[in-house]
Design a protein around this ligand. Sequence first.
Ligand code: SAM
Length: 307
Amino acid sequence: MGRTSKDKRDVYYRLAKENGWRARSAFKLLQLNEEFRLFEGVTRAVDLCAAPGSWSQVLSQKIGSPQGSGHVVAVDLQAMAPLPGVLQIQGDITQLSTAEDIFRHFEGCPADLVVCDGAPDVTGLHEVDEYLQAQLLLAALNIAAHVLKPGGCFVAKIFRGRDMTLIYSQLHVFFSSVLCAKPSSSRKASREAFAVCQGYDPPEGFLPDLTKPLPDPSYNRGLNQSDGPTRSIVPFVTCGDLSSYDSDLSYPLDLEDGSEPKYTPRHAAPHLAPVPAGLHIEEDVTAGQGDPSPGLRHQHSGHIVPA
Ligand code: SAM
């Protein structure tokens, strides 16, 4: 689908281009990491639904041990341009054969982190989209259950909707901490958010089974967490600098000094470029909608990408 002019003006889209990230989504993972320190101690990660690859770019840059770089396995239906340090698998994450390819790769060496930014083709019918997204999340959870080390972390895109409680209760079966996070770079108008699940701790005797999309209810630790008084209520957290750019606003394309924006080619390594001086909020934006109050503005390092 072609991009609309609104997409082209989106500040995170522009910043991604200027910094060499393959997609604006990079900022979502960076902001989630700022809040939850997802990358701490991580040397092996799986990026599910990875194309065009901005999350893999972030992971390959940010994870690793002092002795050597980390290891990232990226999976998507679509082929993506190669990235250094990233092993790519082209396949469907709901298919057993794709999952087996991933497991083969991780044999004997579990992963510390599994992320999934997967999105099915949106139909526009909310219930259908929510259902399809949930199926993708459950496929990702199943893969995570095969490859994660105890204590590992799983992050997956969700669409917030009426029936999320069932998903949260499923996630609670496997993780000691589950919450729902919305990075500031994710458009407020979008129902997109991310389930952040930390402390992988499967029930005793649990055997992952890719042929079953939902884990066996007998593993629910004796609680009915989708209904009634023991229903899972998951905290909602916003992350990223909330006084910074508003992902729902358009910003002028031209820089104040009249120069053209410079874009870093997608195949080049992202760099930590200073925020272009010319990026400012249009005059018709009122305080409270997007214009950060000067008194509340966080100290800004001059870099949009955390070092
Ligand atoms: N995180 C990516 C990045 O930063 O570049 C963007 C991911 S994009 C929003 C969603 C991706 O999900 C698409 O590339 C799509 O091909 C992939 N996808 C959707 N369903 C999938 C499936 N069943 N198996 C594998 N990939 C899938």
